[in-house]
Design a protein around this ligand. Structure first.
Ligand SMILES: *[C@@H]1O[C@H](CO)[C@@H](O)[C@H](O)[C@H]1NC(C)=O
Ligand SMILES: *[C@@H]1O[C@H](CO)[C@@H](O)[C@H](O)[C@H]1NC(C)=O
Ligand SMILES: *[C@@H]1O[C@H](CO)[C@@H](O)[C@H](O)[C@H]1NC(C)=O
Length: 374
């Protein structure tokens, strides 16, 4: 043991030319043999990053079979993954260990964790995703819009609940916080959202919002963090096509959205919106954009929303929440810096967790100007 440590220490001396490192190493050396793992880490990252072979296979440059391509301005393609993938080595290794041409492991929790930590987009894999054993065809339109889908179309392993009945009841039965806890109950509060049974000035209705634009000119859009996509369903009833971005945080949100017959987008709030500049008519977001998001990230996000909205497009910021004077000091200036025109701006107290917390809501309808957007 003593001997091993001596050799390791010597190797470390060879590796480090930095005097501070030397000093720290010496201090460590005198007390323990913990240098071993340290050295291995150093060697691994310096020499060859020890990445899973399927990850290397996917991300390494791929020669274009027909040679140089003018659109790509290159003769090869470099498939992209999130910048943090290689930092999250242990999880990445588990994620990319699978049988090529075979079935993927049932690892939804792992992939979502990687993704939320910044490995987004995830690398592609060459395996078939785990699938429900006894899947059924979806209900036809329009029944699917407001009917709880079959349990048989979901792989339930990643969630506390193992069926939709459990998810519907969890608003009443379960303690603790879950995202969108009562959303799966389509007969409950979900059925009344944005329809005019509003309790406060913060609850705009869809018809009110659509009426701010010439009839029929709001046609396509996005709902960011849209729960079970009731917003998209309500808009579909008005012939507006809305995509709904959602994670699967302790519930099969993406499956549920798809089962209702509207389109789910599995992208986190960190990712650049996958739309071209000046294209969408409307972007809505309720309860998601709030003070839990790092302020600088939020600033980038609101600019990205502005980017993809077409001139004259609407950003409906629905129940943004924050505390006390944050609204005045941080968020109002942040939103104002982007360049929207305020169509409606309503501020109110958020009282569900108690008055003493001094929580605030902002509901705003913002328009990207038709002209002069620079
Ligand atoms: C997977 O399929 C491809 C295409 O047929 C084949 O070239 C490859 O050898 C297969 N790999 C394995 C590990 O089965
Ligand atoms: C749904 O799951 C709960 C437990 O989560 C179980 O008690 C119940 O029997 C299940 N219901 C159906 C219809 O499968
Ligand atoms: C939606 O489109 C259909 C088919 O074009 C039409 O019959 C219906 O009236 C429209 N609904 C609304 C709310 O505009």
């Amino acid at each position: 043991m003593e001997f091993t440590c001596n050799i390791l220490f010597f190797l470390l001396l060879l590796l480090s030319s930095n005097l501070l490192t030397l000093f720290i190493s010496t201090t460590f050396y005198s007390s323990s043999c913990s240098l071993n793992s340290q050295l291995q880490t150093t060697a691994a990252t310096v020499d060859e990053p020890d990445l899973p072979s399927e990850f290397v296979a996917f991300t390494s440059p791929q020669k274009l079979p027909l040679g140089f391509n003018r659109n790509f301005d290159s003769e090869e393609i470099l498939p992209s993954v999130g910048s943090s993938c290689t930092i999250l080595q242990r999880d990445l290794r588990r994620y990319m260990s699978y049988q090529v041409n075979g079935s993927c492991p049932d690892d939804e929790l792992l992939s979502q964790k990687l993704l939320l930590k910044g490995c987004e987009p995830l690398p592609r894999r060459r395996c078939r995703p785990s699938a429900p054993r006894h899947a059924v065809e979806p209900l036809p339109l329009p029944d699917c819009l407001w009917t709880t889908p079959s349990d048989a179309s979901v792989v339930w392993s990643a969630y506390t609940c193992k069926n939709y009945t459990c998810l519907i009841n969890r608003g009443r039965d379960q303690k603790g916080f879950d995202d969108c806890k009562d959303c799966f109950d389509l007969g409950g509060r979900e059925s009344r959202r944005w329809t005019g049974h509003a309790a406060s000035n913060l609850d705009f209705t869809i018809d009110e919002v659509l009426a701010t634009k010439p009839p029929g000119t709001v046609r396509i859009g996005l709902d960011i963090g849209g729960g079970v996509a009731t917003f998209a369903v309500r808009m579909r009833e008005r012939n507006v096509t809305i995509l709904t971005s959602s994670m699967n945080l302790n519930g099969p949100f993406n499956n549920f959205i798809a089962a209702r017959g509207v389109v789910p987008l599995y992208v986190s709030i960190s990712q650049r919106l996958p739309f071209f500049d000046n294209t969408l008519d409307i972007i809505h977001s309720m309860h998601v954009l709030s003070n839990w998001i790092p302020t600088q990230l939020l600033h980038f996000m609101v600019f990205d929303i502005y980017r993809v909205l077409r001139p004259g497009g609407l950003f409906w910021l629905d129940h943004f929440f924050c505390v006390g004077d944050e609204l005045e000091n941080v968020y109002t200036p942040l939103i104002e810096s982007v360049g929207f025109r305020k169509v409606q701006w309503e501020v109110g107290r958020k009282l569900d967790r108690g008055e003493e917390l001094n929580e605030m809501y902002l509901s705003a309808l913002l328009e990207k100007p038709l002209n002069n957007s620079w």
